[in-house]
Design a protein around this ligand. Structure first.
Ligand SMILES: Cc1cc2nc3c(=O)[nH]c(=O)nc-3n(C[C@H](O)[C@H](O)[C@H](O)COP(=O)(O)O)c2cc1C
Length: 335
């Protein structure tokens, strides 16, 4: 097993453990809809479909980026991508770094010829290897968009992680100018705040996935892999670092009505999807809750998607919202 694949296998095992979830701090619980006891709707007519990258999606839900590049990677990706295809839900790939470096084909299109697939690489990998790597990542899976993840906290806690972040914004700008697909910038759980969002928009980024605090805690996962007590002691105060997803979404949304905002980080069910959409998201992404079903089967992933979709439709029904546009102006009450 290579260092990268051993690390990815650790990530999967640790990400399944509840102690590495931040819990209620995503803040979605603070968003409370005014309950509508008189919906004047038939549940059957509630339509939660969305348009993302000019294509139909059955819900405003993306299967969030989770890594391949390890023993179970191909099986996980196959289950996720088949479910994405069958349910008309976009899927973000985990980092394509290992596959591109080892020359392994990522032939996901054989299972999902039509799904919306989002490529994925880290900002520091692109800073080190150049924009050509991003184009190779797009081409290798015929991606519909390219996600670049920014994870400076995770890299600090990870032994041997990238410490030199100079030039990352410049390579993002080059990607926006040269790739033939849209670029989406995401965090991994500490959140993209208004200052960074503005700098990203200034270089041409049109989609931001906030990936705030409140779900999977990458500092906690990486710290569990560290064997040196000195390194663990340095990281300890930063385990709770980051900005809550529900706080970030309205702030980032208010910066530009043209920006596409994907809410993520601690979105845990369809009611959270409804809440995130109400406070400014165009789409949402859920990662960790799909991990266990992805280890089981395509059918298990499909069932999870169907549950999330039905929960979203119930939230729409209980706010008298026939479609997402109506949900986005449904009245709220103070928590
Ligand atoms: C097992 C696992 C692997 C992940 N690998 C990646 C990755 O390769 N690239 C990336 O951008 N994000 C990765 N993430 C981060 C997620 O996409 C997401 O931003 C983060 O987990 C917060 O969302 P959640 O609370 O719904 O899990 C990974 C998450 C999990 C659980």
């Amino acid at each position: 097993m290579t260092d990268i694949s051993a690390r990815k296998a650790d990530h999967i095992n640790l990400a399944l453990q509840p102690r590495h979830q931040t819990g209620a701090s995503a803040g979605f619980d603070r968003v409370r809809f005014e309950h509508n006891s008189l919906p004047q709707l038939d549940l059957a007519e509630v339509d939660c479909s969305a348009v993302f990258l000019n294509q139909y999606c059955s819900a405003p839900l993306i299967i969030g980026a989770m890594t391949g590049g390890c023993e179970h990677g191909e099986m996980i990706n196959r289950h996720l991508v088949e479910a994405a295809e069958q349910c008309h839900i976009p899927m973000a790939l985990g980092s394509q770094r290992a596959a591109l470096e080892s020359g392994l084909a990522q032939d996901l299109r054989r299972w999902a010829p039509n799904a919306i697939l989002l490529g994925n690489l880290g900002g520091t990998q692109l800073q080190q290897q150049g924009v050509e790597l991003a184009q190779r990542a797009v081409d290798s899976v015929q991606a519909n968009a390219m996600i670049i993840h920014l994870n400076p906290l995770q890299e600090l806690v990870q032994p041997g992680g990238d410490r030199d972040w100079r030039g990352v914004l410049e390579v993002i700008e080059q990607c926006c100018a040269t790739l033939d697909v849209p670029v989406i910038i995401k965090e991994v759980g500490a959140g993209i705040g208004p200052g960074v969002a503005q700098r990203l928009m200034d270089v041409g980024v049109t989609w931001i996935e906030v990936a705030g605090r409140g779900g999977t805690n990458w500092a906690s996962i990486e710290n569990a892999r560290v064997e040196l007590t000195r390194e663990q002691a340095i990281a300890a105060p930063f385990i709770d670092w980051g900005m809550s997803s529900a706080d970030l979404i309205p702030v980032v949304r208010s910066q530009s009505s043209l920006l596409g905002v994907v809410a993520s980080g601690g979105v845990r069910h369809g009611l959270d999807i409804a809440r995130a959409m109400r406070i400014g998201a165009n789409m949402t992404a859920i990662a960790q809750p799909f991990l266990q079903p992805a280890l089981e089967s395509t059918a298990a992933v499909i069932e999870k998607i169907e549950i999330f979709r039905e929960q979203l439709r119930w939230a729409m029904f209980l706010t008298g919202s026939k479609n997402l546009k109506q949900l986005q102006s449904a009245p709220l009450v103070s928590a």
